[in-house]
Write a protein that binds this ligand. Structure first.
Ligand code: 26Q
Length: 801
């Protein structure tokens, strides 16, 4: 599209909506008008995609996820439609900046972290690969809380993201479905001797879908992300006359649960899970029946993916529809279900595995509970002759009065995958070992990936331009072509261009830091970044301990030859995660101490940026020199910020955990700083139960000084939090082995400092990181899901050349 055409469209939208000219428009008005223009640019392709799907009847995948984390969509849609450069030029010509307009959009934060962002990267890749793939989730009225720091403590504020409306969504009233909750279900024999459920009591709520177009990268493909919102069913308005009765209904899709590991036993959470599962499965079955094929062939047209256990009820809900509404015999319904379903596990932390008390299940979803009991009974019966009773009792679905959601998902799916090689291996050998004995053929690995369009093309335009001029533009379509950069490892001009792009990004971040926190940072310092949810296992505290060590080194010897560093943190803690909040307070007070200590002479700065989210990630990642991936080996299923930072040329300090191992394999030991216990060593400690944190503390004076700093008054204002941290390390024997890994972490940090001082060498390492990041493209990951698990193919009309 020509710039002039875009301008005309924009002008006419501004007239239509606000009756104003471009020159008088505010960024808000420009955003809304431009977003509407963008929407109209893909409107035709969206309906055409749907038509093509109906005509071709190709198999489609449905990605069920209780979280999606798309961030802002304006620039991403412009990019994928091929309009980004045009829009940027136009706005410049009109003396506006597109960035200022894009800034107006609310960051769509309907997820906690890695799992939700992965779902959104997958949506981007599905559309960009021309694959028929739909998202199915919940339209929360409030996204993940906004984080503020008050006196160094985290305070949570509501994220009222829908207040000014959401331009991208389309309400589809006609596609609403009813969701049944509660009551009692009796099984009554009908004239054919078949048991039929008869429901007494209970209530029906309405699920209304809001669809958002997922725009493919320059291929005219528009997939659909369908998010469900709760409403009072029209026929029942009278029953919801009181404010209280409405409130409990409206609570259902009001908020996202802000805990990314273990929110336990909450009825509303279970109702949410059933809500988007039942709505999604009903709408899929309805669609499938339109195609006029027998239900027994459903797996030839439909693949349903269970993203972690939160949508595991897909299994019992599809069974319910096939049995109760479509009269299929159990065996047929079960065969269909297992062929249609697949499941991804995202955690090995035992405490995060989802379980529900059976009483709650009976109360909220009685018919699904009956079906789960029957799946459980038949499971024991079917395998009784093949496996020992003890094994079956450990793997059955209902154990000790609780429904085990992972067991339901595994037994009801044909595929179970982990999210990195190590993680998938640990699933087989430890976490899900019992299931591996029974269903070895179901287990496979799909290492996570990231959307390189958002994380390079959008977030890092300076580097993208360097890539274009150096290796051509093919990497924009095919991220594997980043490999071409390897030819320039020793080319000083290219290395200098990369360094210049990095500096530009660091200057921009420095300005943001100055504006938002008042802290001055030097763009020529090393920008050392740890951005992820705050969790004990991710060991932000280990990072803090190393910072304290450097602080003491400089106190002892102010001229110590360390290159200046800015440590940058971004992290939210679950509101109920007391210990994580204590760490936030500690980091903020350490920052206060160091940033204001004149003897440090600005050699160290610590910056904890508020409200880490997708938009902030897009600012931080392009400016990072060092990427902190320091979880205790075996605990981080994959990690994805490791991939984003690598793609943007940051050098990684890492334990051999999650996808870090595959990153190391891709770039070689000389281009990454590895440290710490291996997964085998961690498990050996568990087996021998002989870890003594105190022993490490006792023998290392440096470590002593650092650990003591939490309680000896060195860091002001952390009396309570410092004691909690100190106790976690010494009184409770340091569950995540920080004291054990401290020395090797400091050594790795020292190697990084040395490497940075040799700028030529550093740039070459950075280049190798960028060049090898193509492997971690979500395009590649999603292609593997499509080939191995879903068996879906690109929609014929949208295949990229
Ligand atoms: C469960 C029950 C009740 C309430 C909330 C939850 C809940 C919500 C979110 C449990 C877990 C999550 C999110 C988990 C998550 O983000 N895991 C991360 O997934 C990434 C993508 O695979 C991996 O890269 C990370 O390693 C993993 O930690």
């Amino acid at each position: 599209m020509e710039k002039a055409t875009l301008q005309e469209l924009l002008e006419s939208r501004l007239k239509d909506i606000f009756s104003i000219e471009i020159a008088e428009a505010s960024p808000q008005e420009l955003f809304l008008a431009l977003a509407n223009v963008v929407k109209s640019c893909y409107a035709n392709d969206w309906s055409q995609t749907r038509k093509n799907l109906l005509v071709e009847q190709q198999k489609q995948a449905y990605y069920f996820s209780i979280e999606f984390l798309p961030g802002k969509l304006l620039k991403s849609n412009l990019l994928n439609l091929g309009l980004l450069d045009t829009a940027e030029e136009l706005f410049e010509e009109l003396s506006f900046s597109l960035d200022e307009v894009a800034e107006v959009e609310k960051d769509m934060a309907l997820g906690n972290g890695g799992l939700g962002r992965l779902a959104s990267c997958f949506m981007d890749s599905l559309a960009s690969l021309g694959l028929p793939g739909n998202g199915n989730g919940i339209r929360y009225n409030y996204g993940l809380f906004k984080q503020k720091f008050v006196d160094g403590h985290q305070v949570e504020l509501p994220d009222d993201w829908l207040r000014a409306g959401n331009v991208w969504e389309v309400r589809k009233e006609s596609k609403a479905v009813d969701i049944q909750y509660g009551g009692e279900v009796y099984l009554i024999e009908d004239e054919n001797g078949r048991l039929r459920p008869e429901r007494h009591g209970g209530y029906v709520w309405r699920a209304v879908p809001y669809d958002t177009g997922m725009v493919g990268y320059q291929n005219d493909m528009i997939n659909t992300l369908r998010l469900w919102s709760v409403e009072v069913p029209a026929a029942e308005e009278a029953n919801y006359a009181t404010i209280e009765s409405r409130r409990s209904l409206e609570d259902l899709t009001a908020v996202l649960y802000p805990d990314d590991s273990n929110e336990r036993g909450k009825k509303t959470r279970l109702m949410q899970e059933y809500f988007f599962v039942s709505a999604g499965i009903q709408s899929i079955v309805r669609y499938y029946l339109k195609l006029n094929h027998p239900l027994t062939m459903m797996s030839e047209k439909i693949a349903i993916h269970i993203n972690d256990t939160h949508p595991a009820l897909c299994v019992s809900e599809l069974m319910r529809l096939l049995l109760d509404d479509h009269d299929l015999p159990w065996e047929q319904a079960w065969a269909i279900t297992v062929k249609v379903m697949s499941y991804t596990n995202h955690t090995i932390m035992a405490e995060a595995l989802e379980k529900w008390p059976i009483d709650l299940f009976k109360e909220v979803i009685p018919r699904n509970y009956q079906i789960i009991e029957e799946i459980d009974r038949r499971y024991l019966e079917e395998y009784a002759e093949v496996h020992e009773a003890a094994l079956l009792n450990r793997t059955r679905i209902i154990i000790n009065g609780q429904v085990h959601m992972a067991h339901l998902a595994i037994i009801g799916s044909h595929s179970v995958n982990g999210v990195a090689k190590l993680h998938s291996d640990l699933l087989k050998s430890v976490v899900l070992h019992d299931f591996y004995l029974i269903f070895p053929e179901r287990f496979n690995n799909k290492t996570n990936g990231i959307a390189q369009r958002r994380w390079m093309q959008l977030a890092n335009q300076p580097l993208s331009k360097v890539l274009d001029t150096t290796i051509g533009k093919s990497w924009r379509h095919n991220p594997q072509d980043l490999q071409l950069l390897k030819n320039y490892q020793e080319d000083p001009t290219v290395l200098q261009r990369l360094a210049d792009a990095k500096l530009t990004n660091k200057q921009a971040l420095a300005e943001y830091i100055q504006q938002t926190t008042g802290i001055e940072v030097d763009p020529t310092a090393i920008f050392d970044v740890q951005i992820k949810r705050l969790h004990a296992y991710k060991r932000q505290l280990l990072n803090v301990m190393h910072i304290l060590k450097l602080y003491f080194d400089l106190k002892d010897e102010p001229q110590a030859p360390i290159h200046p560093r800015v440590f940058i943190f971004g992290a939210k803690a679950a509101p109920s995660y007391h210990y994580a909040k204590a760490i936030i307070k500690v980091i903020n007070e350490v920052a206060n101490l160091i940033n204001h200590d004149p003897t440090i002479n600005d050699k160290l700065k610590v910056v904890f940026l508020e409200n880490y989210n997708v938009t902030l990630a897009e600012r931080i990642i392009p400016a990072a020199d060092v990427s902190e991936q320091i979880s205790l080996a075996s605990k981080e299923a994959s990690g994805t910020s490791n991939m984003k930072l690598m793609l943007n040329g940051a050098v990684t300090i890492a334990t051999l955990d999650g996808a870090n191992i595959e990153i190391r394999d891709a770039i070689g030991d000389e281009n990454i700083a590895i440290f710490g216990l291996t997964e085998e060593e961690v498990y050996a400690y568990y087996a021998q139960q002989n870890y003594s944190a105190y022993a490490f503390y006792e023998e290392d004076p440096v470590l002593q000084r650092v650990v003591n700093a939490f309680i000896d008054g060195t860091i002001p204002n952390i009396e309570r939090e410092g004691r909690e941290v100190f106790d976690s390390l010494l009184k409770y024997n340091d569950e995540y082995f920080l004291l054990k890994d401290f020395k090797s972490y400091c050594d790795a940090q020292y190697r990084v400092d040395l490497a940075y001082k040799d700028q030529q060498r550093w740039q070459a390492i950075s280049l190798m990181n960028i060049a090898n990041a193509g492997k971690f493209s979500a395009d590649y990951t999603v292609q593997n899901y499509a080939d191995d698990i879903w068996q879906i193919e690109p929609l014929y009309a949208h295949v990229k050349e």
